[in-house]
Design a protein around this ligand. Structure first.
Ligand SMILES: Cc1ncc(C[n+]2csc(CCOP(=O)(O)OP(=O)(O)O)c2C)c(N)n1
Ligand SMILES: [Mg+2]
Length: 330
């Protein structure tokens, strides 16, 4: 999952993007079952159907680049290279989780890898990333800050504030919008008076649109956009059309979905499209099968280790809790 994997050879790059997407799919299928089994505390928002976006963007990221995310952040996190065992342990609330089991699904973060966190507040990843981009720019390197957010965030005031300041101060923010057409249980088109492309035009920010379910289109878009950002140090909006295959959260009855949407989404499954693309590039089926077997084995081992991990000790409950002045005694 490092930048070393990024290759000028498109077949090699597609293989690495496909492997990342498989890791995400396998991990989320595992979480889906753990949730049914009652082992996941809290809500679970799965990104099945959206894996190609972060998998392709991450192909062009270094460990010095930062990423922040939203409530549907598992894919963004794993694509940045976060350890799978620590990730599972976090979502299961275990002491060995990447945040000591305190964050859970909606707050996975790993600052060592520049993963600044998932976020339950819609739109809140944008100011975090804009600040991070300012820090990166001040240090004078060519690193960039990426924020993944949904179409449902676009009506939030702080999104507009961040677009404004990123343009004004020429900050290297990649605003990566995963447009799946839904904001919770409502079609986003009913909530937004403007298209993202027009917003980009209004702020004078460079804009690119891509099919977020096609690894090849995403590879090309991410390569061009990030390459340009590194040389020009400017913000860029990348809007990715994608599909939220599961409900808003696990347990959502989805009775608001129009007939036929499930079939349409199945036909756009990014993993199926990826296999087709790999075949077009001459990658043998045998490679795909062994990569899949390897991903499944790694996933199973990570899950086993996470399930064997202890729950946090109650004596450490107040560690990392900051108080001003005197400590409070319960
Ligand atoms: C500030 C804020 N307003 C409302 C909510 C409730 N809420 C949670 S997710 C969501 C919709 C998110 O849609 P989108 O950003 O498109 O992401 P998706 O779920 O489609 O991936 C809303 C309104 C919230 N968490 N935070
Ligand atoms: Mg959405």
């Amino acid at each position: 999952m490092s930048r070393k994997a990024a290759s000028n050879n498109p077949a090699e790059a597609l293989k690495s993007i496909y492997r990342r997407a498989m890791i995400i799919r396998e991990a989320e299928k595992t979480l889906q079952q753990l949730f049914v089994d009652g082992k996941v505390p809290g809500f679970l928002h799965l990104s099945i159907g959206q894996e190609a976006v972060a998998s392709a963007v991450s192909e062009f990221l270094t460990s010095g680049d930062t990423v922040s995310s939203n409530h549907r952040g598992h894919g963004h996190t794993l694509a940045k290279g976060v350890d799978l065992t620590g990730f599972f342990a976090e979502i299961l609330g275990r002491a060995t989780g990447i945040c000591g089991g305190r964050g859970g699904s909606m707050h996975v973060a790993d600052l060592r890898l520049g993963m600044l966190g998932a976020n339950g507040i819609v739109g809140a990843g944008l100011p975090i990333t804009t600040g991070s981009a300012l820090a990166l720019k001040t240090r004078g390197k060519s690193e960039i800050a990426v924020v993944y957010f949904g179409d449902g965030a676009l009506a939030e005031g702080l999104v507009h504030e961040c677009l404004n300041i990123a343009k004004l101060w020429s900050l290297p923010v990649l605003f990566c919008c995963e447009n799946n057409g839904w904001s919770e249980f409502s079609p986003t088109e009913r909530q937004l008076a403007v298209k993202l492309k027009d917003l980009a035009g209004a702020f004078g920010i460079a804009y690119t649109e891509a099919d977020g379910n096609d690894v090849l289109a995403m590879h090309e878009a991410a390569r061009n956009v990030i390459g340009r950002m590194r040389t020009e140090g400017i913000p860029h909006i990348l809007e990715c059309r994608t599909t939220r295959v599961r409900g808003h959260y696990e347990g959502d009855k989805q009775d608001y979905r129009p007939d036929g949407e499930a079939d349409e989404m199945l036909a756009r499954d990014p993993l199926v499209i990826a296999r087709r693309r790999l075949a077009e590039f001459g990658v043998p089926l045998g490679w795909m099968e062994s990569a899949e077997a390897e991903v499944k084995a790694t996933n199973a081992a990570a899950l086993e280790a996470a399930l064997a991990a202890p729950l946090p000790d109650v004596a450490g409950l107040l560690a990392d809790v900051y108080t001003a002045g005197e400590a409070h005694h319960g």
